[in-house]
Design a protein. Sequence first.
Length: 252
Amino acid sequence: MVAIAPLVKGQTNQRLVWIPLLALLIAISLLIILPITIWPAHLISNAISMGFVTWYTVATLYLWLTNWYKRQSHQSTKPDYLVVLGAKVTSSGPSKTLTRRLQTAIAIYTDQSVPPKLVLTGGQGSDEPQSEAAAMAGYLVRQQIQPHQLLLEQAATSTATNIKFSKQVIENDWQASRKPTILIVTSDYHLVRSKLLALQQHLPVSLAGSWTTTEALIPAMLREIAALLLQLKWPLVIFWIELTFLAQSISH
């Protein structure tokens, strides 16, 4: 709860965060305790409990890293490239989430003495009228950003491909002998997985997170935790098995 507090500071309807979060903490605590209470010293009960301990560990690390990256957001960064990760596009243009990302990018862009290039990454979903990159470009041009500062990447369909293809765009565009400085702009709840995927691409980046409404924060974070569990499934399976056998040895 301490880790989430800075993400909702100053926002209204904070009960939409705190009530679901408290209910979730109680539910997870019960799911950890009940199996080993009802069926003590049994391998299956230990496996169930340790499975939820594993989920809780990942969720806790995710929340604290989100808090850390949010507080460290683009401090002292003078980027050569701003990579804006795509989000939903509607018939009226960028969604509210994507608009907040773009507003964050504009604020960073206008604060630089040497304007960076903006890499706009995101393809067109089956329910989207145009690619996310094209929608972002249109929005930025309407905000007086010069078109020659925009690099569009319109093939990505996930965060992983957003970063992979953006790396290729930057490598094709960069001309200097030194390595470029890259800043990824996304939503605050999305910072951890974006950093992890950038590390997997051997792409050193800084991060900047746009704010998320209280209504959307908990569902968005739960989706991110689920995505992290899937992305890290094999190390976590090993961690879960080790925890299970450790708990089993202690209980005997």
